[in-house]
Design a protein around this ligand. Structure first.
Ligand code: CAA
Length: 259
């Protein structure tokens, strides 16, 4: 599939996905959602990629779902639109490699939801976050009511979703929506630095840790710990686990192969 709304660049073993619909501030129309879905499907088992960075072209990360398309929906097609967006967020959240959002500008509505589906959110000082759907007579439809409350707590999530307020990067950092804030010039460099640092670790261990954290947030503590216990055992079946511990004992740097 040839992409028209996203650009893919490889920097070593990191894939940089840039959403590029600048004329609509990178709003997620159905085609963009389909292209992102194809990218994550195509690379689900691609061992040449050890991390993904999602960012936006120009002054916006993603200014939301495409309002011009939303305006055409009826009750049934709105449910379908939501389902497709939610499916993409689920794919990203469960992608076996870490996915970092480099939030360069507006992350509103579906854009904030996209950032929240990523594992880690790095923000530019110019980033703006918000769930402004109530201004349109809507509610978030790509997981915002669920993920925002889990990330920042129910009070802050309700404050942001009920008011439709836009917050800056410093406030997003303060409430735990952004994990780090950098100058616009530094943002991609820092995102790549973090992605490469993670890529230098044992890939299966990173992937398992992601799975454990995600699963644990959906279930009770003791079931989550049981899942961790089984996963901890599973990791012992990897060569990287043997290599990591042997390297420690032999006082050398581990060479992980992702197996
Ligand atoms: N969908 C479609 N087009 C959008 C868009 C969106 N979400 N956001 C911006 N655009 C378009 C504008 O219509 C405009 O296009 P035209 O030049 O053809 O008119 C272009 O992008 C530039 O936008 P502005 O002129 O408005 O730029 P600005 O700098 O003055 O304002 C902004 C920027 C504050 C982000 C403003 O564009 C805005 O408020 N956008 C809408 C944000 C929003 O409400 N997002 C939530 C969408 S609903 C949703 O996401 C539901 C869900 O959870 C599934």
């Amino acid at each position: 599939m040839e992409f028209k709304n996203i650009e893919i660049k490889k920097e070593g073993r990191i894939a940089i996905v840039t959403i590029s619909r600048e004329k609509a501030l990178n709003a997620l129309n159905a085609d963009t959602i389909a292209e992102l879905k194809t990218f994550f499907h195509n690379h689900w088992r691609d061992d040449s990629i050890l991390g993904v960075i999602i960012t936006g072209a120009g002054k916006s990360f993603v200014a939301g779902a495409d309002i011009k398309e939303l305006a055409e929906c009826d009750v049934n097609s709105a449910v379908e639109t939501s389902r497709l967006g939610l499916y993409l967020m689920h794919l990203i959240e469960n992608f076996p490699r870490p996915v970092i959002a480099a939030v360069n500008g507006f992350a509103l509505g579906g854009g904030c939801e996209l950032a929240m589906a990523c594992d880690i959110r790095l923000a530019s000082e110019k980033a703006k976050f918000g769930q402004p759907e109530v201004n349109l007579g809507l509610i978030p439809g790509y997981g915002g009511t669920q993920r925002l409350a889990r990330l920042v707590g129910r009070g802050k999530a309700k404050q942001l979703i009920f008011s439709g307020d836009m917050i800056d990067a410093a406030e997003a950092y303060r409430i735990g929506l952004a994990d780090e804030v950098y100058s616009p010039e530094e943002l991609m460099e820092k995102a790549l630095e973090l992605a490469n640092k993670i890529a230098s670790k044992a890939p299966v261990a990173v992937s398992k840790a992601k799975e454990c954290i995600n699963k644990g947030l959906d279930i009770n503590l003791s079931t989550g710990c049981d899942f961790e216990k089984i996963s901890f055992g599973t990791i012992y079946g990897t060569n990287d686990c043997k290599e990591g511990m042997a390297a420690f004992m032999e006082k050398r740097k581990a060479e992980f192969k992702g197996e």
